[in-house]
Design a protein around this ligand. Structure first.
Ligand code: NAD
Ligand code: UDP
Length: 320
């Protein structure tokens, strides 16, 4: 009999790709989302699929799913800084109350649960690159705290359910991921720069652009999450691409990729914006036999082709 999996945040960027992956692997998939930052368009190709069901539901309220469940992937949460700054309380609630509800459901159904944690648990890191033993440097009361602390709480309650109830749990610490189905106006740097290039606007680099990020293509990320779910490892695992680049160099790469001649303009660095971020993926390599395969040039080309295919109306929606 096919395995049955619940995926929360199913209409979002990562969640929709996870739905595709698990359907392709022969699972029965239940997607759940309240569409607060997601878009039904990301999963509408699945609506006629016999192995897919969609529940429109806010996971911060009691979650009920009829029938058996073998696995749960908890991916519901605003994920881009402009989203979680706009809806800070919902962000705290989905990481805390939402996670509690899903852990309760996993216990009830005797299902294995994987939660989507983040590199943000390391905050503005003082060790570089970040491995899983680093405890992080988070400003609890800063604007980003609503996301970072919700995710830190999420990890703690997940380990408590594992230790206290013997629940099978997995924790993915996800680093910046990109690819088709990101929202053009979600404010994250890749859609922001590509949108600006396509609209003929200047590229906005925050600060002096010396801050770094390491970008992982969606297909690699999904494969890492898939392997972690099926592994027997209950401690956090970093999933990301260690190839690091400064935001200024990245802006220049986008200008050359899009063959536009946009200028770069500098804007104020947002508060608590991490200065550097690069995953140490030794643990993922060892335990999951996983490492990213897609080079940034190849992944960015696919992402750019996706955004180029969007309507004028989409392009006109701005992030700020
Ligand atoms: P996204 O905004 O595209 O998707 C999140 C989805 O969750 C949306 O469809 C949204 O409507 C849904 N959602 C939010 N609150 C909900 C609630 N209370 N009930 C039901 N649904 C709700 O974001 P994403 O980039 O796909 O991120 C997905 C997950 O991965 C998040 O948990 C995020 O913290 C984590 N993550 C993502 C990245 C990344 O680079 N994309 C990095 C680290 C962690
Ligand atoms: N950034 C930028 N210009 C933009 C959007 C973002 O320079 O128009 C910077 C941002 O300050 C951060 C980096 O790009 O240093 C990545 O930002 P993003 O929001 O994508 O992710 P996060 O900060 O959560 O890693």
């Amino acid at each position: 009999m096919a395995k049955r999996i619940l995926i929360t945040g199913a209409a979002g960027f990562l969640g929709s790709h996870l739905c595709d992956k698990f359907i392709a692997e022969g699972y029965q998939v239940i997607g759940m989302d309240n569409l607060i930052t997601g878009d039904k368009k990301n999963i509408e190709h699945l609506f006629q699929h016999k192995s897919f069901q969609f529940f429109h539901h806010d996971v911060t309220t009691f979650v009920h799913v009829p029938g058996k469940l073998d696995y749960i992937l908890h991916f519901a949460s605003p994920a881009s800084p402009i989203d979680y700054l706009k809806i800070p309380i919902q962000t705290l609630k989905v990481g805390s109350l939402g996670t509690h509800n899903l852990l309760g459901l996993a216990k009830e159904k005797n299902a294995r649960i994987l939660i989507a944690s983040t590199s943000e648990v390391y905050g503005d890191p003082q060790v570089h690159p970040q491995d899983e033993n680093y405890y992080g440097n988070v400003n609890t009361i800063g604007p980003r705290g609503v996301y970072d602390e919700a995710k830190r709480f999420q990890e703690s309650i997940t380990m408590a359910y594992h230790r206290f109830h013997g629940l099978e749990t997995r924790i993915a610490r996800i680093f910046n991921t990109y690819g088709p189905r990101m929202r053009l106006n979600d404010g994250r740097v890749i859609p922001a720069f590509i949108g600006q290039a396509l609209r003929g606007e200047d590229l906005t680099v925050f600060g002096d652009g010396s801050q770094t990020r390491s970008f992982c293509y969606i297909d690699d990320q999904i494969e890492g999450i898939y392997r972690l779910l099926l592994s027997d490892y209950q401690y956090p695992v970093n999933i990301g691409n260690p190839e690091e680049i400064s935001i200024l160099d990245f802006a220049e790469e986008i200008i050359s990729l899009t063959a536009t001649h946009q200028k770069i303009v500098y804007k104020e660095l947002p508060k608590d914006d991490p200065l550097q971020r690069q995953p140490d993926i030794s643990r993922a390599k060892e335990i999951l036999n996983w490492e990213p395969k897609v080079k940034r040039a190849e992944g960015m080309k696919k992402t750019y082709d996706y955004f180029k295919g969007l309507s004028l109306e989409e392009l006109e929606k701005k992030e700020h």
